[in-house]
Design a protein around this ligand. Structure first.
Ligand code: GTP
Ligand code: MG
Length: 198
């Protein structure tokens, strides 16, 4: 898919104030610093459309980006990092849960997982929550440039085993990405394109 236009629309912490247009949207979620904002920049081929940082907790609001005038990418705050404010001591911030529970335009959540790490409890909990909330999701492994190709395959296989052990019947659609090397860009955009056409 070619990205012709990518524009920031609005940031907020209130799902009722998100754009009203009935356009399909795709949200990026995962632990703080996993690379959500970087992935959005990589996919749109815009260097600083979404704000990134080496320090966790950079994205703090729901950010809507309109793509090709007919769908949205949504950058969300990370979970699992409690420095931001006292309220974020809750595992998942209330307005993020509201977003997943109430946003009718949401077509698919992309759950980002750092390819280098063993399966983390907090991610498995979030995936379970998405399942219970009946939100379709894919898994996106990030930072694949940081390990060898062989290790990538090993880590993906280990994640699949972990999900099966957590009572998932199968691994959801998944992608291996690197924001620095644009790995996985065509696959992910192709997937979105396919879903947008159905
Ligand atoms: P929060 O908004 O704080 O939740 O973080 P985020 O998930 O949006 O992460 P962000 O995109 O800001 O990236 C965090 C750090 O990881 C930055 O220093 C990025 O440059 C780095 N990073 C993100 N993706 C990749 C990647 O694919 N490869 C490498 N090597 N670094 C990455
Ligand atoms: Mg971010």
């Amino acid at each position: 898919m070619k990205i012709n236009t990518a524009e920031f629309v609005i940031s907020n912490s209130d799902v009722s104030k998100c754009p009203r247009e009935p356009l399909p949207e795709y949200a990026f979620i995962g632990r703080s610093n996993v690379g959500k904002s970087s992935l959005i920049n990589m996919l749109t081929d815009r260097k600083s459309l979404a704000k990134t940082s080496g320090r966790p907790g950079k994205t703090q609001l729901i950010n809507h980006f309109k793509i090709n005038e007919n769908w949205f990418l949504v950058d969300l705050p990370g979970y699992g990092y409690a420095r931001v404010s006292k309220q974020t001591k809750q595992t998942f911030q209330a307005f993020i849960m509201d977003y997943f529970e109430q946003r009718e335009q949401l077509v698919c959540a992309f759950v980002l997982i750092d390819i280098r790490l063993e399966a983390q409890k907090i991610d498995l909990e979030f995936i379970t929550y998405l399942g219970e909330t009946e939100v379709p999701f894919c898994i996106v492994f990030t930072k694949a440039d940081k390990i060898s190709r062989g290790k990538v395959d090993q880590h993906v296989a280990a994640y699949r085993q972990k999900l099966l052990a957590n009572n998932w019947a199968e691994m959801p659609p998944h992608f291996v990405t690197s924001a620095t090397e644009s790995t996985g860009r065509e696959q992910l955009l192709g997937y979105i394109d396919e879903v947008n056409q159905t």
